[in-house]
Design a protein around this ligand. Structure first.
Ligand code: SAM
Length: 221
């Protein structure tokens, strides 16, 4: 079975990627109306969660290449328990859940702090017939991941507020199995995370385009 190459997934994703491009253009136009100084001041002085709240209509979705790679990595590694930080409208969530479906089932826990985005993500997952695999938690991942995580996590995908990559990794780290994949999008915005993943003997990590791809080392890896 190949969920991501079949209906209803294919037309749904065409629509979502088109919406993602459109909302990115509109957001850039809005930001373009600010002077470079005002834009820099806004980014530096605004709480990241407030910035995301202002961008609640913007998909900020992963690229098609990253989405497909997430599916391939989850499926080829036989993942059963996946945790995702930052669902937005659900593009990455859909690909990770599709891998679980094609592997015969599993559990994907995702967190998104913007309630309207959660509603859209749920609708999209439902449309793709994947909602039953996803525990989509509304709120700050630092709270929503503080309870009820799987005893073994096979794959962690980080795509929320960059300053929180390291705190979210710390929360989930005790549950990451040896050999688990830790995938971080646009991690250059998170230098403390990169330092940790590069310097800790617990991980082996490499850069692939916008992704920092790591494997958790352990007794068997
Ligand atoms: C880059 S977007 C995620 C895109 C998504 N992975 C996709 O492929 O469509 C980042 C999302 O993380 C959410 N977010 C940021 N900080 C968060 C936090 N502390 N807890 C939960 N969600 C957060 C934002 O609201 C935003 O929707």
């Amino acid at each position: 079975m190949n969920t991501i190459t079949s209906a209803p997934f294919v037309p749904l994703l065409e629509q979502l990627f088109a919406d993602s491009e459109r909302t990115k253009r509109e957001f850039k136009e809005r930001m373009g109306n600010l002077s470079p100084e005002d834009r820099a001041a806004l980014m530096a002085n605004t709480d990241p969660l407030e910035l995301y709240a202002r961008a609640k209509d913007v998909h900020l979705a992963v690229s098609r290449e990253t989405a497909n790679l997430l599916y391939i990595l989850a499926r080829s590694s036989g993942a059963r328990a996946i945790v995702e930080f930052g669902a937005s409208f659900g593009v990455s969530t859909l690909h990770l859940a599709a891998a679980l479906r094609d592997l015969g089932g599993g559990r994907l826990i995702s967190s998104e702090f913007e309630p309207s985005k959660v509603a859209h993500a749920r609708e999209n997952l439902s449309c793709a017939g994947l909602l039953d695999l996803v525990d989509l938690r509304v709120g700050d991942a630092l709270h929503t991941f503080a309870r009820d995580l799987p005893s073994q996590i096979d794959l962690l995908f980080l795509d929320g507020a960059k300053p929180l990559y390291l705190p979210v990794l710390s929360l989930t780290e005790p549950y990451l199995r040896a050999g688990a994949l830790v995938i971080a999008d646009n991690a250059d915005g998170s230098p403390d995370y990169l330092r940790h993943i590069h310097n800790s003997r617990k991980y082996l990590s490499t850069r692939f385009n916008d992704l920092e791809l790591a494997i958790k080392l352990g007794e068997t890896t």
